[in-house]
Design a protein around this ligand. Structure first.
Ligand SMILES: Cc1cc2nc3c(=O)[nH]c(=O)nc-3n(C[C@H](O)[C@H](O)[C@H](O)COP(=O)(O)O)c2cc1C
Length: 211
């Protein structure tokens, strides 16, 4: 009788230990799975260098630096490369002074034939490798500053997603993106976004998250 009780106790103890072992194995397995899910896969990163935007470049023109700042925030946030559109004859502060009759921008504004501004180059290194092109510019008289026209006309955006952005004192982005899309006739142009002259990294980050 005593021997039977002893062997029953041993069996109960053995079953309890087996159950404890199973529980521990299950818990360990699920905790190691969640760690694996939280860690970035380096292989995945290598094929998606800029995350959801694929391989991205920020192309921009700037007269006084406001758009350049936004371009830099986008590049910082997404890991995109940058490319500055530079006219052969750069705009000085006097050139940009729209309050003075006869200034360069006023002459170009009044005579459309003067807006075909030659650029130092329209070729972006590695252009074919980009999936997404952010294109930025200041608003001049409610449209994109025209040096951007020269860049857009000279490039083929086929197969690329194009995301316009601008800075301005108060004007909205209006039709500026659509007009640029019409000029090239290629690419999948998304709705653009206007930033104030003093946009912050946080403003840019919020916009990128909303895309
Ligand atoms: C020639 C010229 C025309 C402008 N026209 C407008 C305009 O129509 N509406 C507006 O809100 N701001 C206008 N601005 C202000 C610029 O869009 C604004 O200062 C912009 O942030 C400049 O960007 P940037 O520093 O990258 O050149 C104009 C500025 C210049 C120089």
């Amino acid at each position: 009788m005593r021997a039977r009780i002893k062997s029953t106790t041993i069996w109960i103890a053995a079953i309890a230990m087996a159950a404890a072992l199973m529980l521990c194995l299950t818990a360990c397995a699920s905790s190691s799975n969640s760690t694996a899910a939280a860690e970035p896969d380096p292989q995945e990163d290598a094929t998606q260098p800029n995350g959801e935007f694929g391989n991205a470049v920020v192309v921009y023109f700037t007269g006084t630096g406001n758009t350049e700042k936004v371009a830099a925030y986008i590049a910082e946030d997404t890991g995109a490369s940058t490319f500055q559109i530079t006219p052969e004859d750069p705009y000085t502060m006097e050139d940009l002074d729209w309050t003075t009759d006869g200034s360069r921008v006023n002459r170009e504004h009044d005579d459309e034939s003067l807006r075909n501004v030659p650029l130092t180059t329209t070729e972006v290194p590695g252009w074919d490798s980009y999936d997404t092109v952010f294109i930025g510019y200041p608003i001049w008289w409610s449209i994109a500053a025209w040096p951007v026209d020269s860049f857009v006309s000279a490039n083929d955006f086929t197969g690329k997603t194009v995301i316009p952005f601008c800075t301005s004192t108060s004007s909205s982005i209006g039709e500026s993106g659509e007009l640029l899309a019409e000029l090239t006739g290629t690419g999948d142009w998304l709705e653009g976004h206007r930033f104030s002259q003093i946009a912050t990294a946080e403003d840019v980050s919020q916009w990128l998250e909303s895309l």
